[in-house]
Write a protein that binds this ligand. Structure first.
Ligand code: ZN
Length: 202
């Protein structure tokens, strides 16, 4: 039996450690229940962390493993981290069909993912920065990920919401708090030994 972990998140999400922490916890839960973890995500193309430019998935896959984890995007990062645990953990990407459904494609895709069911939903949310957003005077989460998390919650799937820590002021001026740099959890340590490429995650 499988244990489906639905991951959703903003395209600009840049903290793989936060995703790793939450994924590891859910994967551990799956093992505890003697179920096989499946990481379900929307296969949104990653972004260049500096320019924000979209990088085609197939192109990003050819980058060295360390460089892959430097790219932005919750779907992308969750996929890369889950694939480090293949074949014990599998991934199930659901790319949106933008050509067929236009702007509604992402929402349709979210509905499909939720309808297939999940044991848990992990949502990695950044503030909406869409220049044409009608609600921009009020801070809110980016739309696609917020939509998916809300659908999951409505379907009775437990949702864990993650947002970046607020920017703190220091003597040296404004700075964002450092990313989590904790060690990789022990989870899956034995399984990582039989990873295909043998590379170490950062
Ligand atoms: Zn908005």
């Amino acid at each position: 039996m499988t244990y489906r972990i639905l991951v959703t998140g903003s395209r600009g999400w840049r903290d793989p450690a936060a995703i790793r922490m939450d994924l590891d916890a859910e994967i551990q839960r799956a093992w505890d229940l003697a179920r096989r973890p499946v990481v379900v995500h929307g296969a949104c193309n990653p972004r260049d962390p500096v320019t924000g430019q979209m990088i085609p998935w197939a192109h990003a896959e050819r980058l060295p493993p360390a460089a892959q984890l430097e790219l932005a995007g919750a779907d992308w990062l969750a996929d890369r981290l889950a694939r480090q645990l293949e074949p014990a953990v599998t991934t199930e990407p659901h790319a949106a069909d933008w050509g067929r459904f236009g702007r509604a494609a992402g929402y349709r895709r979210n509905a499909t993912m939720v309808a297939r069911g999940a044991a848990a939903c992990l949502a990695f949310l950044l503030p909406c920065t869409a220049p044409d957003c009608p609600g921009r005077d009020r801070p809110h989460d980016s739309h696609g990920a917020a939509h998916c998390a809300a659908l999951a919650a409505r379907a009775g799937i437990p949702v864990r919401h993650r947002r970046p820590a607020p920017v703190k002021e220091s003597r040296h001026g404004l700075h964002a708090p450092g990313r989590h740099r904790g060690t990789i959890s022990d989870l899956g340590a034995s399984r990582r030994a039989d990873r295909r490429d043998g590379s170490r995650p950062r």
